[in-house]
Design a protein around this ligand. Structure first.
Ligand SMILES: NC(=O)c1ccc[n+]([C@@H]2O[C@H](COP(=O)([O-])OP(=O)(O)OC[C@H]3O[C@@H](n4cnc5c(N)ncnc54)[C@H](O)[C@@H]3O)[C@@H](O)[C@H]2O)c1
Length: 321
């Protein structure tokens, strides 16, 4: 069980004492990629002492540069002062040794690569190295929280904390209760989320949780519509943007998320529910097999090149227009 009295004392003092104080809750973030750097950013900006951990030291350096650039953007907009920026960066230390990085943490948030075996291994290590009272959270998009929790000796203290990309901008944190997660742990995580200025929605642990269970079938259906020749890329995206007030069309969003990620989440839904309605579209399977993964590979439903701002449909899909 978590030591509530100790934690509450720390929580109450968070805004009252200088950031260097030992009383400030120590947060450890495992994985310094796209999501990990954003999660470290928002906790550090909310005056938590953050240890950002990655096996790859270059990734840690890159994460600090990204956080610094994103803070510059906030300063330019006037939502943060130069002083706030310096304090935020001061609140983050980097570490390559997982055991050292989590030894004083009250909360560990794992945001490493989406791979079940890797996450089970990390959670075993976290269970051994983090204080017995620490809560272990995962930012997984699709892996069962209950399965991850079962790799530890403290499943009651394991929870999903699903941040949205880009973390500093997106308001929502989807909080996922594993089979054994206690109410105290959920309440504590809701409290942390509030301190970040974000809004939490608590859900239960079933495939895709809520965000991806609803989003991914919509994206898959958009890909089916293209596959069946019902409409072209631009028409599909414009219908959802201009007709449904979505900020981005589903095909553009799929490119942004990564088509390999979309496929893997559809497979989690398909296998998890055993229902044909979640079968990934054969075009999605093909495009991933061809290595076209969206923005990160330079091509998906659209073609991307450095410096180009306007959206250009991939040549492969011109014939649908
Ligand atoms: N990218 C998104 O839009 C998004 C949104 C919500 C949730 N997620 C989830 O967040 C998690 C991270 O995704 P990402 O997009 O940031 O991935 P990423 O590939 O950008 O970063 C993953 C990082 O984990 C590090 N890593 C790998 N093994 C490690 C280990 N043993 N210890 C420490 N670090 C390790 C890698 O070096 C890398 O820096 C995944 O579970 C993903 O499903 C991603």
């Amino acid at each position: 069980m978590i030591d509530d009295s100790n934690f509450l004392q720390q929580e109450q003092t968070v805004n009252l004492i200088p950031h260097t104080s030992q009383l400030i809750p120590q947060i450890a973030v495992v994985g310094a990629g796209t999501m990990g750097n954003g999660i470290a950013h928002v906790f550090a900006q909310a005056r938590f002492a953050v240890t950002l951990i990655d096996v790859n030291v270059q990734q840690l350096d890159k994460a600090i540069q990204t956080i610094s650039k994103n803070l510059d953007r906030q300063v330019a907009k006037g939502s943060l002062t130069e002083n706030d920026k310096a304090t935020t960066l001061n609140n983050i230390i980097i570490e390559t040794d997982l055991s050292l990085g989590v030894k004083d943490a009250v909360l560990v948030i794992e945001a490493a690569t989406e791979n079940t075996e890797l996450k089970l291994r990390i959670f075993k290590q976290l269970d051994e190295a983090a204080p017995k009272s620490a809560i272990l959270a995962t930012n997984t998009s699709s892996i069962s929280i209950t399965k991850i929790a079962a790799a530890t000796s403290r499943p009651a203290q394991v929870i999903g904390m699903h941040f949205m990309n880009p973390v500093p901008v997106m308001k929502l944190v989807e909080i996922i209760n594993g089979y054994a997660t206690t109410k105290e742990v959920t309440d504590t995580i809701v409290g942390f989320t509030r301190q970040l200025g974000k809004v939490s929605c608590v859900v239960n642990d079933y495939p895709g949780f809520i965000a991806n269970r609803i989003l991914m079938p919509m994206i898959n259906e958009a890909i089916y519509s293209l596959y069946e020749g019902v409409a072209g890329v631009e028409a599909i995206d414009n219908i959802m943007k201009l007709g449904m007030a979505h900020p981005m069309g589903p095909l553009q969003l799929a490119d942004f998320i990564g088509l390999d990620i979309c496929l893997s989440i559809m497979n989690v839904l398909y296998q998890g529910f055993g229902n044909q309605k979640y079968a990934p579209c054969p075009l999605l399977v093909n495009i991933v097999a061809a290595g076209n993964l969206g923005v990160k590979s330079g091509e998906g439903f659209y073609a991307y090149s450095a410096g180009r701002k306007e959206l250009v449909v991939s040549e492969r899909f011109m014939k649908f227009l």
